[in-house]
Design a protein around this ligand. Structure first.
Ligand SMILES: Nc1ncnc2c1ncn2[C@@H]1O[C@H](COP(=O)(O)OP(=O)(O)O)[C@@H](O)[C@H]1O
Ligand SMILES: Cc1ncc(COP(=O)(O)O)c(C=O)c1O
Length: 334
């Protein structure tokens, strides 16, 4: 009897705080993360950093940024001091003000240090800075992310190729560059446990790789190993795919919240890639049906993910990914 009570109390709720943007219409930031996580059994608390009518990718939007002092007040006084919430996971994404995000990071790090013994709070940090060589935040944000990654205990960091290049001050053109960027990242930010580069456009010269493939790679700082995976490029551009990927990766890494990881890092990455791939394909199919006769664009820009219409995909709890993770051997490829 005592054992069963102990086991029950030990098993933590899947309770997550997601600090990201909010759009009234569409699915990016918190709107891309919340439904998939809730659907997969997570209790999700959202702290919205901005409220926009729609994703800026539309070309125009209305809305506002929440004042930083209000956001830190909600986190520190409301959620942590008053409600005394013990989150098992924290997800952070788009944040509009560098100073505000620094303050948020200090609160989260303090929470981590105060509860080290009985709290297994895992921080998944998506360093939203830009894409394809273009920053979409102020330049000061790059330095703030570097500071935060140096000081804070991060469970998993998910930059895209451009963000990885900014954070490690180097260019990534080959698989070896990618490996070296992980090694450098680990040297610069030793408190980050796992790193996943979500979308890399590099040529794999060592085999008959398809030009149009996306490379996703991960680095486990416990084993010092990099794995990479090729996924076929779907002929469309999507908004919110990165936010969806990070949310599903969080779920795959922390599904079982007894502090034990169910999947290895590369398995969690493979399963997340598979789910995202299926949701993006479903979104594209529905977009084509909706726009039949009115579009002949070979690579449409799809502004809103069809997340609700993809819930049958979110039902797949333990997917068998058709993709393969290859362990990179720095002695073979150079
Ligand atoms: N056009 C696409 N074809 C196939 N997969 C895609 C495509 N766009 C995004 N993805 C998937 O979404 C994930 C996140 O990619 P992306 O949205 O580019 O990330 P980020 O927002 O971090 O730049 C990728 O790892 C990939 O699995
Ligand atoms: C408000 C907001 N949220 C989220 C994102 C991230 O979107 P994506 O996943 O398409 O890169 C952006 C990027 O432009 C943004 O401006």
């Amino acid at each position: 009897m005592t054992t069963s009570i102990t086991n029950t109390t030990k098993k933590k709720n899947k309770k997550l705080l997601s600090i990201q943007s909010h759009v009234v219409h569409g699915y990016v930031g918190n709107k891309a993360a919340t439904f998939p996580l809730q659907y997969r059994g997570w209790d999700v608390d959202c702290l919205n950093t901005v409220q926009f009518s729609n994703h800026p990718g539309y070309g125009s939007f209305s809305g506002f940024k929440y004042p930083s002092n209000e956001l830190t007040d909600i986190l520190q006084n409301g959620l942590l001091n008053f409600l005394k919430l013990n989150y098992s996971a924290i997800l952070t994404g788009y944040y509009p003000s560098p100073e505000g995000f620094l303050k948020i990071s200090e609160i989260l790090e303090e929470q981590y240090n105060n509860n080290k013994d009985n709290c297994d709070m895992k921080w998944i940090l998506d360093p939203v800075l830009g894409d394809n060589g273009k920053l979409y935040v102020t330049e000061g944000m790059v330095e703030i992310y570097k500071k935060i990654l140096t000081k804070c205990h991060i469970f998993c960091c998910t930059p895209n190729q451009f963000e990885m290049e900014l954070l490690t001050a180097g260019q990534i053109s080959t698989l070896d560059d990618l490996y070296k960027s992980f090694v450098k990242f680990h040297e610069l930010y030793p408190n980050v446990k796992y790193i996943v580069v979500t979308n890399c456009n590099i040529q794999l010269l060592h085999k008959n790789s398809h030009d149009d493939n996306i490379i996703v790679a991960c680095y486990n700082t416990i084993t010092n190993k990099m794995h990479y995976c090729e996924t076929p490029l779907i002929p469309a551009r999507f908004s919110g795919s990165g936010d969806l990927f990070t949310a599903l990766l969080t779920d795959q890494l922390l599904q079982n919240n007894d502090g034990v990881m169910v999947n290895s890092l590369h398995d969690a990455v493979l399963k997340s890639i598979f789910l995202v791939d299926q949701i993006l394909r479903n979104t594209l199919d529905l977009y084509i049906k909706d726009n039949i006769g009115s579009t002949n664009n070979a690579q449409p820009v799809i502004k809103d993910l069809k997340l609700i219409q993809s819930r049958h995909i979110l039902d797949i709890i333990d997917p068998t990914s058709p993709f393969e993770a290859i362990e990179y051997d720095p002695m073979i490829y150079f």
